[in-house]
Design a protein around this ligand. Structure first.
Ligand SMILES: [Zn+2]
Length: 315
């Protein structure tokens, strides 16, 4: 069996699977602050995955890790990760390998998500497709003519930093108007704060004494038909749509899959996204590209990370 670890800005997910993709156990933990704490928590997570599947750690043949990057795959280093500042030339593969005695394979988060979707979701009928993950940032990956396009050094499709407003909001990357400054989960929260100032009657207001505003909270209240929450999601959907329209015009894909934590609320915002995309793409592209939510957005990247290990060890 194989373990897949998906490191995100707020959560780390781990899965234990056999070669065929049968899930043996799954767990989710918080992303801690320091690189050392993160390593230790992943080592514990792997133990918990084994215990809860009633198997021995020794039976885990390989561990795949997906992480925000850029990374150095060969050296197993996380060079830098904008949303996890403590990762700075961090030798995560070596650390986890020496603690577990199991071979570790590192890959960037967008690629593991893409590979996970290819393995576990229903995409076999498409030859040209894109996957977008809407989370703390926005990740992307593209399959062209049935091959993953990785670019020069494996870092292609940084779609989150595609500018949709050249004079827009500053981005930590140094540019302006980057898509993820408008269409990531934190961007939805920002938009929410703005609209909530003007809408004191929203059911969200009542929850703010206890909890911080989050994309999850906005989606939950929208599901209960709170008007402000629905308005926030509609504004958010427009930003998601602007970026997707650019991708449709550039790649002319058969499908765009939407994953990431935000995509769990797809029923509430994907119809508006589709409308905006159809308004913005070239006429010939209208209605030609399927825009689909992942069926299992929470597990797909962890599955993809495990698949990296399976492939690397010749499955
Ligand atoms: Zn940027």
């Amino acid at each position: 069996m194989f373990a897949g670890i998906d490191i995100g800005g707020t959560k780390i997910k781990g899965i234990l699977t056999d070669r065929s993709g049968r899930e043996l156990s799954f767990r989710e933990i918080e992303t801690l602050k320091t690189a050392k704490d993160i390593d230790d928590s992943i080592i514990r997570l792997i133990e918990v995955l084994a215990t809860s599947a009633s198997v021995s750690k020794i039976d885990i043949k390989g561990i795949g890790i997906g992480t925000p990057g850029p990374i150095d795959k060969e050296k197993g280093l996380i060079i830098k990760a904008p949303n996890i500042p403590s990762f700075n030339n961090h030798p995560i593969a070596k650390n986890i390998e020496s603690a577990t005695g199991t071979k570790v394979f590192l890959e960037n988060d967008a690629t593991v998500a893409l590979i996970g979707a290819w393995w576990k979701e229903n995409v076999s009928k498409y030859r040209n497709w894109i996957m977008i993950t809407l989370g703390t940032g926005i990740g992307g990956g593209v399959v062209i003519d049935n091959k993953i396009y990785t670019g020069q050094a494996g870092n292609a499709m940084e779609v989150g930093h595609m500018s949709i407003d050249y004079n827009g909001r500053e981005c930590p990357c140094g540019s302006r108007g980057c898509w993820e400054r408008y269409a990531s989960a934190p961007a939805m929260v920002e938009l929410g704060r703005e609209l909530l100032k003007k809408n004191k009657k929203s059911s969200i207001q009542g929850r703010l004494d206890e909890e911080e505003l989050s994309a999850k909270m906005i989606s939950e209240e929208a599901a209960k038909k709170d008007e402000t929450a629905l308005k926030i999601l509609e504004g958010y959907a427009a930003y998601v749509g602007f970026g997707i329209a650019n991708l449709v015009n550039i790649f002319n894909p058969e499908a765009i899959l939407i994953g990431g934590g935000v995509s769990r609320a797809h029923r509430l915002f994907l119809p508006s996204v589709k409308q905006v995309v159809n308004e913005r793409v070239l006429k010939g592209f209208k209605g030609k590209c399927a825009i689909l939510p992942l069926e299992d957005p929470m597990k797909v990247p962890a599955f993809g990370a495990a698949k990296i290990a399976i492939n690397a060890m010749n499955g």
